[in-house]
Write a protein that binds this ligand. Structure first.
Ligand code: COA
Length: 183
């Protein structure tokens, strides 16, 4: 499957390219996750458990496959945004989970929206009909962003995440994608 061409955002912070991740993005991807995970606990990322080498291998073969996508936003050669999709299995294979983050200095410039468009492109190519995510109820800015993107809340999961400090409730949100199969 050939990779899609990059999307470009011309922002006040310069040119931002959104495209499937390459092995050379592995270091920047990890640095971004570490930085964002330190911002606040509602981001639900306590530690980054992958090495640059492992991630590079994943990006070589799995950045745009029928099971997963890894999409980056790159500005001045630096990874400033990332999104992953993970397709569910069996009777849930028409759905995929997403996770994403944008570096604080680049928020509010359309990067998050561009990454979601990348996830929608991937869904259409591989016949995924529904994108799903979980967000902590206290992460109001992310919930507003997802609603703006077309996600709707579907349910409230009680104490569904268990972190080092205790449990968190989660809101499940979803968006149907207009697939080629006409879902
Ligand atoms: C949530 C996040 C991904 C949004 O990314 P972003 O690049 O700032 O979003 P965009 O600039 O593309 O915004 C797209 C739209 O959402 C709106 N939006 C973004 N953040 C918003 C906020 N805090 N409040 C209200 N609306 C918001 C924008 O106004 C924009 O709407 P418009 O098209 O009408 O102008 C980013 O804030 C982030 O990475 N946060 C930290 C990590 C995190 O919480 N991840 C989610 C864990 S579940």
């Amino acid at each position: 499957m050939s990779l899609p061409s990059p999307r470009v955002i011309e922002s006040d912070a310069g040119r931002i390219e959104i495209r499937p991740a390459r092995p050379s993005d592995a270091r920047g991807w990890i640095d971004l996750l570490v930085e964002v995970s330190r911002e606040d606990r509602y981001i639900l990322l306590e530690s980054v458990n992958t090495t640059r080498r492992e991630l590079g291998r994943i990006f070589r073969f799995g950045a745009w496959s029928d099971q997963t996508a890894a999409v980056v936003a790159v500005a001045a050669g630096k990874v400033i945004g990332q999104l992953t999709t993970t397709r569910n299995r069996n009777i849930y294979a028409h759905t995929a989970e997403i996770g994403m983050s944008v570096q604080s200095a680049y928020r509010g410039k359309g990067v998050g929206a561009g990454l979601i468009e990348g996830a929608r492109d991937w869904s259409r190519v591989f016949g995924v009909e529904k994108l799903v995510l979980n967000v902590v109820p206290q992460n109001a800015r992310a919930i507003r962003f997802y609603e703006k993107m077309g996600f709707i809340p579907e349910g409230h999961r009680s104490r569904h995440a268990k972190l080092s400090y205790g449990y968190e409730d989660l809101i499940e949100m979803s968006m149907w994608v207009d697939t080629q199969d006409g879902a």
